[in-house]
Design a protein around this ligand. Sequence first.
Ligand SMILES: Nc1nc2c(ncn2[C@@H]2O[C@H](COP(=O)(O)OP(=O)(O)OP(=O)(O)O)[C@@H](O)[C@H]2O)c(=O)[nH]1
Ligand SMILES: [Mg+2]
Length: 305
Amino acid sequence: MFGKIKKIFQDFAQQISNTVLYKTLDEKDVDTYCNNLFMQLVESDVAYEVAEKIVNNIRQQLLGKKVRRGEDVKSYIDKIVEESLENMLKSIGSFNLIDFVKTTLSKERPVKIMFMGINGVGKTTTIAKVANILKNNGLRVLMVAADTFRAGAQEQLQRHAERVGVAFIGGRYGADPAAIAYDGIVYAQKNGFDVVLIDTAGRMHIDVDLMNELRKVAKVARPHLKLLVLDALTGNDALEQLRGFEEAVGVDTVILTKVDADANGGAALTVLIGVGKPIAYLGVGQRYTDLIDYNPGVVLKMLFK
Ligand SMILES: Nc1nc2c(ncn2[C@@H]2O[C@H](COP(=O)(O)OP(=O)(O)OP(=O)(O)O)[C@@H](O)[C@H]2O)c(=O)[nH]1
Ligand SMILES: [Mg+2]
């Protein structure tokens, strides 16, 4: 993961280190290397503004310091790059879903989590992964299939529920998703479930009618947590999606899927740096166990270790 980006940062440090072998790094050198870094990041799918932010950050750090021969320049530059990214990633923060569920459970049961996102980002698969984690934490989980739109959506979630070993409730195709969500919650209340995971149909953030429908689901279900699933491969567009969902229904936390499928890593990095919402998990594969807790350290490790 982040293979290409990792290499770009390594080469950047190496090139500077080579130059410093025979001269002190001056402002012109810094500009040259930083412009080159910028171009390479953009070519690896880092969004323009995000690449600018990264490079400016690194440039500031480099200009403030005299880099001379004799020092271990490569590791010195590595450290500057790593610290710059750490600062940017840390400004977002992570979201501990298990802590959130446990805290909410001390006041109210069941905890209701609504999953939303555009088509095909991995909502349904991610629900299965999250259900698996919750179950392993000793929690009783009910999955509710409020996707009554896409053919096969009901059966898909039901299959996941069976495989993970949690309960499932669905509804008729074409039925009102808000009504299904409501029925699911009542069922969970009556049967002592701890957590209700509500799957919704994929919808474009610019589709006014479908966003109104989602707003209705949220109004009826009153989820404790509105969770937006974003696909790492969509890069800058993911930030547009976030804006759309935020405006229509509000977003509490984000799960970024398919980080494993982004060969360059630039699209994923764009979302991580640009998203501005606490991130709960990263999806890193198709198996139920391929969901890792997000924190900036996890990404820094992938980028620099
Ligand atoms: N490589 C990879 N594939 C993933 C990941 N998460 C989901 N997928 C795949 O993405 C595809 C779509 O997943 P779904 O869970 O059906 O997506 P969805 O958002 O529910 O789709 P709709 O309900 O049609 O909008 C499936 O083939 C999943 O296996 C991930 O983290 N990594
Ligand atoms: Mg789905």
